[in-house]
Design a protein around this ligand. Structure first.
Ligand SMILES: Nc1ncnc2c1ncn2[C@@H]1O[C@H](COP(=O)(O)OP(=O)(O)OP(=O)(O)O)[C@@H](O)[C@H]1O
Ligand SMILES: [Mg+2]
Length: 310
């Protein structure tokens, strides 16, 4: 079992962090060297059975998928960020979910500023996936809410919400058929046709140039995950939710997908929440890490300090 030194939170309300979270973290959080028995780094074999069997809703909004040109959605986002840099991309307010009397997510309040990558860690069954699924309303909160750039997400149509906050899960759930058909599916649902050039540009970006006509049944796990990333990218999302995106992959594929995700997050200044069991990965990707236990947020702070190498 791994053990970690954690920054403990004195009050849930100390997560009302507007800007400069690291500096404010130093103000709000006192260091308490608490030894916490934590989780195994290797995959829980039972976990996959509990993963939701569902497809991402992917909607391609804009026609320009050339990586060299800014997306309209990004242009709007950057302009808005210039006006109000303090507005978090995602903010949870006392976010909770209970099912049949069992509390899966318990009153979590956290702010995630634009461009931040936040890791979510904790023991198996702590509610990490449940928390993530609340962030783009794949599951319905039973208490509290989420703000997307300051707007209560219940005011946003679910399809639009999921275009703006994309998700990549542990395993890529692709439709039977070709890679191109999978990429084009989301736009087609909205009555938008993705051109072959657009599909090619997306596949190039994820390192799968020329894969358009490949049948998804013949893809490796890493390749399938790249297709899943390409589908999500087509939406130019502001927020990206990653639920253990590399834990089903072999070691060689892990770093490739990780580098791809990190590159995309940085070049598009996406706000990202990543659930991971891999603390080295959290250290490589996330500036800040939060720890869940039994549905509760028990610690949050700079990744290197939360996940103390011990
Ligand atoms: N729809 C549901 N109904 C009832 N209980 C659920 C439901 N979904 C999840 N749970 C339970 O809620 C708890 C949290 O599950 P969740 O999948 O969010 O944990 P996790 O932290 O992601 O775990 P892992 O690391 O194994 O993926 C678990 O006890 C799980 O069995
Ligand atoms: Mg999970």
């Amino acid at each position: 079992m791994s053990q970690y030194n954690l920054y403990m939170q004195p009050q849930p309300k100390t997560f009302d962090i507007q800007i400069g979270h690291i500096a404010l973290t130093n103000v709000h959080f006192h260091r308490a060297h608490v030894r916490v028995t934590f989780f195994r780094q290797d995959a829980n074999p039972g976990r996959r059975n509990r993963e939701p069997r569902m497809f991402e809703t992917t909607i391609v909004r804009n026609a320009n998928l050339n990586g060299n040109v800014e997306y309209p959605a990004e242009a709007g986002r950057n302009a808005s960020a210039d006006r109000s840099p303090e507005v978090p991309t995602l903010e949870t307010r006392n976010l909770s979910r209970a099912v049949s009397g069992k509390v899966l997510v318990d009153g979590i309040s956290v702010q995630i500023p634009p461009g931040e990558v936040l890791a979510v860690v904790g023991p198996s069954g702590a509610g990490k996936s449940s928390f993530l699924r609340l962030l783009n309303r794949l599951d319905e909160p039973t208490g509290g809410t989420v703000l997307l750039t300051g707007e209560d997400y219940r005011e946003i149509a679910p399809r639009e919400l999921r275009r703006r906050v994309g998700m990549v899960m542990q395993t890529a759930y692709l439709f039977p058929g070709t890679v191109a058909a999978n990429i084009a599916f989301g736009p087609r649902q909205r009555g938008e046709i993705l051109s072959t050039e657009q599909i090619a540009a997306l596949l190039d970006r994820v390192g799968l140039g020329g894969y358009q006509d490949r049948n998804v049944s013949n893809l490796s796990g890493g390749e399938a995950q790249r297709v899943s990333v390409a589908r999500t990218l087509a939406n130019a999302p502001e927020g990206l939710l990653l639920d253990e995106p590399t834990s089903a992959l072999d070691e060689a594929s892990v770093r490739g997908i990780e580098e791809l995700l990190l590159g995309i997050i940085q070049e598009r200044r996406m706000t990202c929440v990543i659930v991971t069991h891999n603390r080295a990965q959290a250290a490589r990707i996330a500036s800040r890490t939060m720890v869940l236990e039994a549905g509760r947020l028990v610690a949050i702070g700079p990744t290197k300090e939360v996940l103390h190498a011990g």
